[in-house]
Design a binder for this molecule. Sequence first.
Ligand SMILES: [Zn+2]
Length: 307
Amino acid sequence: MAGQPPALSFNTTFDAATGHPVTVAPGLVRITAPNAGPYTFKGTNSFIVGHDRVAVIDPGPDDDAHLMALTSTIAGRPVEAIILTHTHIDHSALVPKLKAATGAPVWSGGKHRLSRPRRLFEVNAVGGESDWGLVPDRVLQDGEHVAIDGITLEVIATPGHCANHLALGIAGTPWLLTGDHIMGWNSTLVSVPDGSMADYLHSLEKVIGLGYGHYAPAHGGSIEDGPDYARALLAHRQERNRQVVAAVNGGARKIRDLLAPIYPQLALPLHGAALMTLKAHVEYLVDRGLIGATYGPFGTTLFPSRA
Ligand SMILES: [Zn+2]
């Protein structure tokens, strides 16, 4: 076994240079959209990959200034594809306009879908943020390689944040485009049934095992030592799992009862996101028999494992 995982620390110092192209690496340019917010940090990062011919990864929100910034950076070069890391609307809403402007086909990990069927009475908290109507021209498969003007993108299925999430490796370089799967400014939102904690943890392990050292996420700045940071995220989630088991064994019976012991300092506006993440941890632990739960119209009731 390796030693202690690195401590988790977030990097919230990011000069987004919103609307301006920033060269991250040869053939990799980032343009941040003007949609800063509590879930999007400084805004969605769109990437333009290639030289004489390009692909656009994550066009971002439906915003005319961002469309102008993308098309002026593309500067008439043929666009081979519009690629989506996933189909949340802060990544995909600009697709129809960019497709009309460039004629490029849309490639993604498939139509938006849930990580598991919705339970009776269950609300999908991020259903309104998901692009249910987007049908890709091509469904990218895990492990496939696509060539864009001499640059080869490796498609890596990374479900967890949502079911159709992809990371894209730039083969032969240290760079991995991690979408919302791994971001440096915060841990990602995992909201069931849109996402899945089990899938997310598995996708973290998967990415750690690849050869990519630098991560370029869809929100916030680049992560220099990607695998170390991903190991810290994984350890953070495993610690959360232990805290949830301890809280349930200590008498917590509702998911909201977990907030005070696990997030004692949390500001009120962040309670919604914390509850979503706790629900995902609860489901993970119930599926493994580490705690028990019943699901009803008035929410989930928790109890210690009878095993
Ligand atoms: Zn997302």
